[in-house]
Design a binder for this molecule. Structure first.
Ligand code: FRU
Length: 528
């Protein structure tokens, strides 16, 4: 090939490559990145192409690291890498180069990262503790050859704040001796009481617990879950963490994602509350006592919060557990109507543990840093609601904090988002049935998957208070509802054909009082 021709080919290749990052609007103009239709403005999403689970979330030297399952060559799932971004405030993110690439041992599936403060692994350099990542290798060649042992655990380390990584020469650190087909998603913590590293990962229908003195040599200690919780699908992405209730009681929480088998279908995250003695996890006898066997207790009843785990190594002074999930569902994640990128993360959430009349429960609330997204607010007049009211100053991105009282037993009310095309998304509460609900069947595109909007999604109300609180975070293509102090949570996607411009407090039936209401317009986390 002649030199000019080669040059032309390179330019053409570059242009087509770049095109993958740009979407054109109806009039043919190139859209600015992060301004495309449906692009989340309050939530993390990759610049381009496919993302699923959050991985390796760790805090180190003033940075929150977020790694994620990433396929840089397409907007559907493919050979997995770990994408990487960092943030100073959990809200605004800086994209960094891909952290982990597939290698001869396989694709890089989900996992976690820790700061090895005492350099137990010996990977540290010049007195600086290394970051150590634990992940699952998925060996496609072995899978295709019909072998069952194609998933195993590997580690990698970084001496430069996660900017570059070296895979450990002794990988895999946990081979798959028992040939368990689903054998993945290691989450590691340092357990101060037993003074060892503790790793949980998922093995088809249960969680395996392994321990290590140095992150390299691991011993299998126990299994949990074959007989517990929901089993409508495969167990994935566990997380085991100690938490304290308001009265200081320490309990251990085990998060387990499951796909399918979530209460509203497809992917979801269940959890268990119990005790851990450095060897095994045992659920508290009172936990889920009134939940029918096999039903499970769920972190989020919406359709779109999956594979979430918590951050490692938050400074003790923060005194909090911060969780983030993948804001989608395997039922339709690969066909949702976005092209430049596919998928976003949930807002980071603070998890808290509470003793309730139903036993121990984990509540989720948006982290307080979400306050950084608003400069002003508008307080609504307390009023008795007898028919729907349009909310003032409410369009686009916003947070709504609504408190209702004097709720009639037949009341059916909530928030509706709509546009001039007549599309309408509804999230509300049905007092007669005692549950919250989300209806996206008329909220825009849904025929990309028959599973997306085939039914109304419901979430039982846990709180028995007379006063009901709904907090909503509304983004271009998603809503997150934290009801009653985070005891009932729903995360739901929608895809209106033009932005929702109207927000209304609707009342279908009954009466109630809006005793307090605050509307916070929110600003995009991405630069204009
Ligand atoms: C969960 C999951 C994990 C796996 C990863 C692969 O969504 O299936 O179990 O490690 O995604 O991308």
């Amino acid at each position: 090939m002649s030199k000019p021709l080669r040059f032309l080919c390179v330019v053409l290749l570059l242009l087509t490559g770049m095109n993958a990052f740009a979407q054109r609007s109806a009039n043919g103009k190139k859209m600015k990145p992060y301004r495309e239709p449906h692009r989340p403005q309050l939530h993390f999403s990759p610049k381009a192409n496919w993302m699923n689970d959050p991985n390796g979330m760790v805090f180190f030297e003033d940075e929150y690291h977020l790694f994620y399952q990433y396929y840089p060559d397409s907007n559907v799932w493919g050979p997995m890498h770990w994408g990487h971004a960092v943030s100073k405030d959990l809200m605004h993110w800086q994209h960094l180069p891909i952290a982990l690439y597939p290698d001869s041992l396989g694709y890089i599936f989900s996992g976690s990262a820790v700061v090895d403060w005492k350099n137990s692994s010996g990977f540290g350099k010049n007195g600086k503790p290394p970051l150590v990542a634990m992940f699952t290798y998925h060996n496609m060649a072995h899978e295709k050859a019909g072998r069952k042992d194609f998933q195993y655990q590997g580690i990698a380390y970084s001496n430069d704040n996660g900017r570059s990584w070296t895979k450990y020469s002794g990988n895999p650190v946990i081979p798959n001796k028992d040939k368990i087909q689903d054998f993945r998603d290691p989450k590691v913590i340092w357990d101060e009481a037993s003074r060892q590293w503790v790793m949980v990962f998922a093995a088809f229908d249960h969680v395996k617990i392994w321990t290590s003195p140095d992150l390299k040599n691991w011993i299998h200690r126990s299994d949990f879950g074959k007989e517990s919780g929901a089993h409508g699908g495969i167990w994935e992405c566990p997380d085991l963490l100690p938490m304290k209730t308001e009265d200081g009681t320490e309990k251990w929480v085990l998060l387990v994602s499951i796909n399918p088998g979530a209460p509203n279908g497809g992917s979801g995250t269940q959890y268990f509350v119990g005790d851990f003695d450095g060897v095994s996890f045992r659920p508290d006898p009172a936990f889920a006592a009134d939940t029918p066997k096999g039903r499970g207790v769920w972190l989020d009843y919406g359709r779109d919060n999956y594979a979430g785990v918590t951050w490692s190594d938050l400074p003790a002074a923060q005194n909090r557990r911060v969780f983030m999930g993948w804001m989608s569902n395997w039922d339709y994640a690969q066909v949702v109507p976005t092209t430049v990128w596919r998928s976003a993360m949930t807002l980071p959430r603070t998890l808290s543990l509470h003793k309730t009349t139903k036993g121990y429960r984990v509540f989720s609330n948006p982290v307080e840093e979400t306050r950084l997204l608003s400069k002003t607010f508008k307080r609504l007049k307390p009023q008795t609601i007898v028919k729907s009211i349009a909310l003032p100053q409410a369009k686009g991105l916003m947070q709504l904090d609504l408190t209702f009282s004097d709720i009639s037993i037949d009341a059916d009310f909530g928030i509706a988002l709509s546009n001039e095309k007549g599309e309408r998304y509804v999230i509300g509460f049905d007092a007669a049935k005692g549950h919250y609900y989300s209806d996206r069947s008329k909220a825009g595109a849904h025929d990309f998957s028959e599973k997306f909007a085939q039914k109304i999604h419901i979430a039982p109300r846990l709180s028995q208070e007379g006063v009901l609180k709904m907090q909503l975070f509304i983004d271009a293509a998603a809503v997150e509802m934290f009801a009653d102090g985070g005891s009932t949570v729903m995360t739901e996607l929608f895809f209106p054909s033009s932005p929702f411009t109207k927000v209304e407090l609707f009342l279908n039936k009954g009466v109630l009082k809006l005793s307090d209401g605050v509307v916070w317009p929110l600003e995009s986390i991405w630069k204009k």
